[in-house]
Design a protein around this ligand. Structure first.
Ligand SMILES: [Zn+2]
Length: 104
């Protein structure tokens, strides 16, 4: 039986933003240009800015999302080619970077 476990890895948040697809309830959006309504099951690149997707995250995998295991499986089954990252981790890191840039 297989299950999902998160792996912690050093990363470059700016590099992830250039290649990240963020899945909402039904469709996804591009982290690079914020284009909405992307079909995450099929899109290899953003139809608006052309970003090549290498990472995927879901807004429904937080601690309070009851079926987050099911959400991860559904997305991974459709997109085994993309690296699944944790949306809350991503938000936390990019939020810190925005704050740092703001005070420069
Ligand atoms: Zn885009």
């Amino acid at each position: 039986m297989s299950f999902y476990i998160r792996i912690w890895q050093a990363c470059d948040a700016a590099e992830i933003t250039k290649h990240l697809l963020i899945v909402g309830d039904l469709t996804a959006d591009c982290a690079a240009c914020r284009e909405l309504g992307i079909n995450y099951a099929a899109a290899k690149a953003c139809p608006k800015c052309g970003a090549i997707f290498r990472f995927i995250a879901s807004r429904n995998t937080g601690k309070l999302d009851r079926n987050r295991g099911g959400t991860v499986k559904r997305i991974k089954d459709r997109r085994p080619d993309l690296t699944f990252i944790d949306y809350e981790d991503y938000k936390e890191i990019t939020g810190k970077e925005h704050a740092r840039n703001f005070f420069k």
